[in-house]
Design a protein around this ligand. Sequence first.
Ligand code: MN3
Length: 200
Amino acid sequence: MFTLPALPYDYAALEPYIDAETMHLHHDKHHAAYTKNLNDALATHPEFTPKSAEDLLIDLVSVPEDIRTKVKNNGGGYVNHSFFWEIMASQAPPPDSKLLSALNSAFGTLDTFKEKFTAAAVGQFGSGWAWLVADHGRLVITSTGNQDSPLSQNQTPLLAVDVWEHAYYLKYQNRRAEYITAWWHVVNWMRVSEIFAGLS
Ligand code: MN3
């Protein structure tokens, strides 16, 4: 049984970049639905007891075949959103020196990284996510469709932006690029730096 984590800040904390109404719908309805649907799927296999939601995605082949797609979609939605709330904050501190030097060495400069990440987010066709991941020790920008998780590709997420329309349509309508530009103001680089530091 997985529980919907509370937001680590107030619903209005990310204003004016992400509005409180979007946060309410996104967390209280969408994230809640992924949580319920994941639990409903797992309830049909009481003998199957994963260690964590992340483990479900890391090792999808161990999930009973008749619920595997539901677990991939709803377990992905559950884990991706829990992660997404954590890597945002009302005050966005800069990356720490260790992460900054890794970003510089992988992408040239922080601004170049942001441009490439933004391009991946804007260019993701339809619903999905853009990611910064660690892939065998390398920092890589990637994107996934639907709720697919980089965990299923043996990659460790460091940063993510949700580009499903439900993440921005109320405030930005079809202007995804404008949403991404605003979103950079609420990236919790302190948390991203902590996750990166935890890898080595
Ligand atoms: Mn979402």
